[in-house]
Design a protein around this ligand. Structure first.
Ligand code: HEM
Length: 180
């Protein structure tokens, strides 16, 4: 049979641990960190969903409806990327670990480089979709061909490959790998 003393001690320790957790959660810094983290992950899911949506649309018939949907998806993709950049920068500045934790880590800069790479590659599909849209509005029969769509899918594939490296860098840098 267990003695009462260790049980009381365990209870006291549990209360202390609970109150410490509350103190930590009540601190503005940690709540900001949690909220920014939620926003960061949500923006990533939205961005990836839109990339997949564009990929699926580019596998369809290159007609007027698909062009309109692609234009909307690409606009939303751009907006989601802007939100992600904004939230990411806020995480660096207002996150619980302080900005030096990231800015002094080469893995953070590799992550930024990969993200910049995704952004640069995504310029090609955006420009092409705008050109196709303009041409189609000027002349309703002017539509891209199936091979035009296939060529654009290749750019999306490059974006997806670059994108896949980002969570690897994120997981490493978040745990301090890369810091001297
Ligand atoms: C300008 C763009 C971005 C900036 C400045 C940025 C910055 C940050 C920061 C400061 C953290 C916090 C790490 C920690 O907990 O200490 C983080 C986490 C994370 N980021 Fe980003 N990020 C950006 C874009 C992205 C993108 C595009 C992805 C796409 C997958 C991504 C994926 C992640 C993931 C998965 C985590 C969580 C890592 C973990 O806790 O294991 N980030 N990011």
């Amino acid at each position: 049979m267990r003695s009462a003393a260790p049980a009381n001690l365990r209870l006291a320790l549990a209360i202390v641990a609970w109150s410490n957790a509350r103190v930590t959660l009540d601190s503005g810094k940690t709540m900001t960190d949690v909220l920014l983290s939620i926003l960061h992950h949500t923006a990533i899911y939205v961005l990836v969903s839109l990339l997949v949506a564009e990929w699926v649309l580019l596998r369809g018939a290159p007609d007027s409806r698909t062009l309109a949907r692609l234009a909307r998806a690409d606009l939303a993709y751009g907006l989601a990327a802007l939100v992600l950049i904004g939230v990411g920068v806020c995480r660096v500045i207002y996150g619980a670990k302080g900005s030096a934790f990231y800015t002094q880590n080469p893995i953070f800069w590799l992550k930024m480089g990969l993200f910049a790479g995704v952004g640069l590659v995504s310029i090609v599909p955006t420009v092409r979709l705008i050109q196709w849209g303009r041409r189609h509005r000027a002349n309703a029969s002017a539509l891209p061909s199936a091979s035009d769509f296939a060529a654009l899918r290749r750019y999306l594939l490059i974006e997806a490959v670059l994108f896949a490296g980002i969570p690897i860098c994120a997981a490493l840098m978040a745990r301090g790998y890369g810091l001297g």
